[in-house]
Design a protein around this ligand. Structure first.
Ligand code: ADP
Length: 262
């Protein structure tokens, strides 16, 4: 803001003065841009399945309902799109609960063996892995303990293993490995030999709704929110999430938890 102030000629200070007030609004502008982008993304992501549901219901009402085979096919699409809407809303609610991060959010932390939520997560993903004959190989010592929320860690591991299973070829192996690092932090790695993630996309991959190949990823049933949730869960645990990958050479997601005080 630049403001010119001319003092009264009769005053004791007849000279002209110039007041220069400068506010850095870069952060505010960035936040506003991110908010607008987020609202636009949410609207778009919700609109896609709604448009599809509306279209198929109209076709059914226009007469397709009398053709049993087509009616069944269209209703299955309506059912899938409804599930998709539910998943997006569940993920959005999870994210908002994670961001709230106060006592009301009901997120409690306790000392737990990391293998507990890891094993729970693997059993949740097992069915989908079996469908693609994928072997999930787990190496996680009972002695590795963290301060954390079991349900949230389980969700983070489910999101990563689910992605690995989703994107890697049939018959491959997904490796889930935990270890104590030299600085005593606990490292959990989910590694696959799928298509990997191009370097250009790696910086933005943890943003909400960011996908490498939008259409393909959406067709695979994802919400585009899985990695954003993983990132927030790790932030809540005072930890980090990193990605090591190059195109065609698989992806490794690395979760690091702070060391427990000895
Ligand atoms: P989605 O629900 O679409 O899987 P995520 O936030 O979990 O959303 O992942 C964001 C995008 O990152 C995915 O759409 C996909 O393009 C890419 N991605 C995530 N995990 C992997 C992986 N293991 N291998 C290849 N690409 C992946």
């Amino acid at each position: 803001t630049i403001e010119a102030v001319t003092a009264d000629k009769n005053s004791r200070y007849p000279q002209q003065r110039l007041i220069l007030v400068m506010n850095d609004i870069t952060t505010l502008k960035q936040l506003e841009r991110m908010r607008k982008e987020f609202v636009a993304n949410v609207s778009h992501e919700l609109k896609t399945p709604i448009t599809s549901i509306k279209g198929f219901v109209e076709t059914l009402l226009d007469g397709a309902i009398d053709d049993r085979e087509n009616a069944f096919r269209f209703l299955t699409i309506v059912q899938n799109q409804t599930t998709r809407l539910g998943n997006i809303i569940d993920d959005l609610l999870t994210l908002s609960r994670l961001e709230q991060n106060d006592e009301e959010s009901g997120i409690s932390m306790e000392k737990i063996p990391l293998c507990h939520p890891v094993n729970e997560a693997i059993s949740i993903c097992q069915g989908r892995a079996d469908e693609k004959s994928i072997d999930i190989h787990v190496e996680c010592d009972r002695e590795l303990e963290i301060l954390g929320n079991g349900h949230l860690i389980e969700q983070a591991v489910v999101n990563l293993v689910d992605n690995a299973v989703k994107y890697c070829p049939e018959g491959s192996v997904v490796l889930v490995r935990c270890e104590r690092e030299e600085d005593r932090r606990i490292l959990l790695v989910v590694q696959d030999n799928g298509p990997g993630i191009p370097e250009a996309d790696q910086e933005r991959i943890f943003e909400r709704f960011y996908r490498v190949e939008k259409a393909r990823s959406r067709d695979m049933g994802g919400t585009g929110l899985g990695l954003a949730i993983v990132k927030h869960i790790m932030l809540l645990h005072g930890g980090t999430v990193a990605l090591e990958s190059s195109r065609g050479e698989g992806a490794s997601f690395l979760l690091r938890f702070p060391a427990l005080p000895s």
